[in-house]
Design a protein around this ligand. Structure first.
Ligand code: AHR
Length: 646
């Protein structure tokens, strides 16, 4: 009895001035809606990572993608009738982690010099007046200084901005220059020319816009990062997905390979059939989380590779492989080291590396995920248990998120939950990519979950399409996530980004080209929910006459920080519906002006490159009384935000 009284006192405090029956209000996760970033569909290299040059370190190989080689995306150039040779070398690299570099031998410089041209990712987008940071490692081989010209050009060869410098060393040295674009272009090319006879080694040829998100060096594409930040995610899961456990043991994502100077990061094949420079690595992920005010949620492999390892064109798929047991202590140490990298003081070994990267303050890591929808083999279970128990013992301040397979039911799901129950894993990661109708018929999925078991993180979900209908089915489902926000602690749509023309997976939340960003209808649903999160859920404030109508989703939450009451009304039906809002139940007696956001359209509509703003929420104000009826339009999501007046 005492306990019940204490709980209702706490809830009353939580709900502040709102005078609702405390038994009915429910505390829900204040970390509910976030994002999941994976380098899939060119999301990182060629996407969020603002590097403009493709294959900057000459590390592409046919293993990344059939037909690729160290000169992919590069072309020999000698416009002014000079001549020379370009060869790929490995004998004296800048870093042993990335062995390939170029030797450029200018035999006759001609009018303009001889060099290399990079085509970027389907061209390079430049804006007139913007500044671009060039950098490159160069080693003189012919023991003489050589003048270098770097520039951006249009496809027709017009110069769009340039810079020059002279080489100065027989050792590898980093050169930098700034190119100011005199004209804009969507399809520029970058050229580096040696203007005199001689021999040079070149590596890590890089070009970044200075205008990155928050102006970070080695930063993120401002428009894409802004569109993610505008979701106001409470957390960000990274770096995958299947990318994490990798295509075979040698392809597992090892976080230590992704920090430090970019020339030393270990590049590797991307499981989605391209190449990862790791330029967007753990430091950049943590920094992006901090810049967005999102909790970082890194996912580490559970020391096993993806069960689907071995693609169709590679001979001999291996399936899931496990790290040998004698490597597990070192592997677990890597996990501890990550925690130290994020949370340790600069006087610790790994905290010092974070500080050296420019961030002496900690990153306040509270969660790590172990495993990604792995096959529940004995090898997986044994290793998961070892990692989980080690982290729990040594770092009780960090919550481990487990995994329960790739689907909302089935063998791995059942076995995953069995393991979670056995080990009392605090949170498990459920994934579901299902038809829209599944989302409508499964809104009661968590209503009867055993509240004493592990909590749930819905780490990946999507309704297999980007039409408004898909988005609204997700919206209806998301109202049920809020209703069950005491069980479901976090949820993130997947995948987040997709480069048009390079998509490995559909649907996606945000589509992009070099110069355009197209948020889908699903994006706006996510945004309406994640920008309007609450921490207390009130049942029975909203209602419709037909309680069985599965095409309508209703939710009422309060954000304790602002005191705002937030109503969400999703209607994926073909007719409008009358929704009753009974705010009197919350002790609200006065009329007020509320803010309303409405996403509405036809079910088959979607945003496209040519019609990017077709579906976008509109904002208006509405006056409401303490007991009002709202006519929710067909195919719509409405969010009503109220500052309650006593
Ligand atoms: O989100 C795309 C992929 O779907 C993820 O990499 C994987 O975890 C899931 O199968």
């Amino acid at each position: 009895m005492k306990k019940v009284i204490r709980i209702s006192v706490i809830i009353s405090l939580l709900i502040g001035c709102i005078n609702v029956n405390a038994q009915q209000a429910k505390k829900i996760s204040d970390n509910l809606f976030g994002v999941f970033f994976e380098d899939i569909s060119y999301s990182a290299d060629g996407g969020l990572y603002a590097e403009l040059l493709q294959n900057r370190s000459f590390e592409y190989t046919a293993n990344d993608k059939r037909g690729w080689n160290p000169l992919t995306a590069w072309e020999y150039t000698n416009n002014g009738f000079g001549y020379g040779t370009v060869s790929v070398e490995t004998a004296l690299p800048v870093s042993i982690n990335n062995r390939h570099y170029i030797e450029l031998n200018v035999e006759e410089e001609g009018r303009e010099g001889v060099g290399l041209m990079n085509i970027g990712y389907d061209g390079i987008a430049v804006k007139a007046g913007d500044k671009y940071d060039f950098s490159c490692f160069i080693r003189q081989i012919s023991n003489k200084s050589i003048p270098i010209k770097v520039f951006l050009q249009s496809k027709k060869g017009e110069i769009l901005g340039e810079s020059t410098f002279n080489t100065r060393s027989d050792k590898w040295e980093k050169y930098t220059a700034v190119i100011t674009a005199t004209q804009g272009s969507d399809s520029a090319q970058f050229v580096i020319l040696a203007k005199e006879k001689g021999r040079l080694a070149l590596d890590v040829i890089s070009l970044f816009p200075q205008n990155t998100f928050k102006n970070r060096v080695n930063g993120l594409r401002a428009d894409l990062a802004t569109s993610i930040a505008n979701l106001h995610p409470k957390f960000m899961r990274f770096p995958g997905g299947c990318l994490v456990h990798g295509d075979g043991l040698g392809n597992m994502y090892r976080w230590k390979n992704t920090i430090g100077p970019i020339e030393d990061r270990v590049e590797q094949r991307n499981i989605w059939n391209y190449h990862q420079t790791a330029g967007l690595g753990y430091f950049e992920y943590f920094q992006f989380c901090e810049d967005m005010g999102a909790q970082p949620l890194p996912i580490l492999p559970a020391a096993v590779s993806c069960q689907n390892s071995g693609g169709t064109w590679r001979i001999g798929g291996t399936g899931q492989r496990a790290l040998p047991m004698d490597e597990m202590p070192a592997y677990i140490q890597d996990v501890f080291d990550l925690i130290e990298y994020a949370n340790g003081s600069p006087s610790t070994v790994w905290g010092a590396k974070r500080a050296a990267a420019g961030h002496p303050e900690t990153f306040n890591l509270k969660y790590i995920g172990v495993g990604n929808e792995d096959k529940m083999t004995p090898e997986f279970k044994e290793r998961f248990k070892m990692i989980y128990e080690a982290v729990k013992k040594t770092h009780p301040e960090v919550t481990v998120v487990g995994t329960v397979g790739p689907a909302p039911s089935g063998e791995d799901y059942d076995k995953g939950w069995e393991l979670a129950n056995q080990l009392s894993v605090p949170i498990v990661d459920e994934h579901y990519y299902e038809k829209p109708n599944w989302f409508l018929t499964n809104t009661h999925r968590y209503d009867n979950y055993d509240r004493s078991r592990s909590k749930v993180y819905i780490g990946e979900y999507a309704s297999q399409g980007n039409t408004l209908f898909n988005a609204l089915c997700e919206a209806v489902y998301m109202t049920s996530i809020e209703r069950n926000g005491d069980v479901v602690q976090m949820a993130s749509y997947a995948p987040l980004l997709a480069r048009v023309g390079n998509t490995s997976w559909t649907p996606d939340l945000i589509f992009f080209t070099n110069s355009k960003v197209v948020p889908s209808a699903n994006y706006y649903v996510q945004q309406l929910f994640s920008s309007n999160q609450g921490d207390v859920y009130y049942p029975n404030v909203l209602s419709i006459s037909d309680r069985q109508d599965s095409t309508v989703g209703l939710s009422c939450v309060k954000d304790s920080k602002t005191g705002d009451l937030i109503l969400k009304i999703a209607n994926v039906g073909a007719t409008s519906k009358m929704v009753k809002a009974d705010l009197k139940k919350l002790g609200i007696s006065k009329s007020t002006i509320a803010q309303k956001q409405l996403l509405v359209g036809q079910p088959k509509e979607q945003n496209t490159l040519t019609d990017a703003q077709r579906l976008i929420p509109t904002y208006s104000e509405m006056s409401i009384s303490s007991d009002f009826m709202y006519e929710t339009p067909a195919y719509s999501l409405t969010v009503i935000r109220i500052k309650p007046k006593k």
